[in-house]
Design a protein around this ligand. Structure first.
Ligand SMILES: [Zn+2]
Length: 339
């Protein structure tokens, strides 16, 4: 299976993150990539993504948001700020009636949470990450059974016009839309990251052509808190095309696999032309953000069960913060799938 990755994806490297009221070393760091790359020899060649331009990004994201991301750092530094750009002034649904003109207001307007910084090359890194997802989608659309986009920064929290949760462009959603634009009638997105894929859900919530299924830590106890409940099933034409499986602390492989089985039945009924997997491995029991009891060896079986769906599959990397075991766990999913 081809692996897509660009060195530009390392350019985004914030030095701190606000967590629990403290400044900490960010969980989401470039060395995550090195751990995965080190295990790709058994998977396939690591290829440079093609540059798809801004067009596919603007099929998912509000053009004004893409323009904001593109110009944020220049505006931030022109305003006299010297640190990494983070959102501190964020509108509620009652007060956010217009996009402010000052960058300090603008960054809050386009953020849904404040832990994620924007730096000089964040947009370049996020674009490269999206290009990796698009290249993997391209490979599958031209006949490959599967491809792996080693995306970083990740994407599944990013909404149409709001960044957060370390995500600046929604790589999985961009890939899914690209596959639709290439002629796929239906695309399913299976999100197995420990955190709910609130961005992907929100983007496709009213659409009948994209099924979104997410297995994740119960949002009553886990980020992103505001979305991810089982009663969020889609709206309008998309009613029934959104399936959430919030799972409690201590969830082991048996309980998790039962949820995957239910999601798999929905995917089979939906009969998509292509499957996009938001592949976070932070469901791992030793991940600092996880409260599941999923062992490293379980990832092989997870990959096998995804492979059993028998679908053309685009794997898009999302989270995973137990850095030392990250590459091994990704490798297990992909080898279990059968690459
Ligand atoms: Zn995650």
């Amino acid at each position: 299976m081809n692996v897509y990755f660009s060195p530009d994806q390392r350019l985004h490297a914030p030095t701190h993150e606000v967590f629990g009221g403290e400044m900490i070393t960010p969980f989401e760091t470039p060395d995550r990539i090195d751990q995965v790359l080190a295990r790709m020899e058994t998977i396939g060649p690591v290829l440079a993504p093609r540059d798809f331009g801004l067009g596919p990004l603007k099929r998912i994201h509000d053009p004004a948001y893409v323009d904001f991301l593109s110009g944020c750092w220049d505006e931030w530094t022109a305003a006299g700020f010297r640190g990494e750009a983070i959102a501190t002034v964020m509108p509620s649904h009652r007060t956010g009636r217009r996009c402010p003109t000052h960058i300090e207001g603008k960054i809050g307007y386009f953020a849904f949470s404040g832990e994620s910084a924007i730096m000089k090359d964040t947009f370049q890194a996020a674009r490269a990450s999206a290009n990796a997802a698009l290249s993997a989608a391209d490979a599958v659309s031209t006949g490959e059974r599967a491809a792996f986009a080693l995306c970083r920064p990740p994407g599944h929290h990013c909404m149409t016009a709001q960044f957060g949760g370390y995500c600046y462009l929604n790589n999985a959603a961009i890939a899914a839309q690209y596959l639709r634009d290439l002629g796929a009638d239906r695309v399913a997105v299976l999100d197995i990251d420990f955190h709910h894929g609130n961005g992907t859900q929100d983007i496709f919530y009213e659409r009948a052509d994209v099924l979104f299924c997410s297995l994740h830590g119960d949002p009553d106890r886990a980020y992103p808190f505001y979305l991810g409940c089982a009663d969020e099933t889609g709206a309008g034409p998309g009613e029934g095309c959104n399936r959430n499986y919030p799972l409690p602390p201590g969830t082991g492989f048996g309980q998790w696999a039962a949820a995957l089985g239910d999601a798999s039945r929905h995917i089979e009924t939906f009969a998509p032309d292509v499957l996009v997997v938001s592949l976070g491995v932070d469901l791992y029991e030793r991940d600092p953000q996880s409260f599941f009891a999923i062992a490293s060896d379980d990832f092989t079986e997870i990959g096998r069960r995804i492979g059993d769906l028998g679908l053309s599959t685009v794997f898009v990397m999302e989270g995973g913060y137990a850095v030392a075991d990250l590459g091994v766990n990704v490798e297990k999913v992909l080898t279990g799938f059968g690459c």
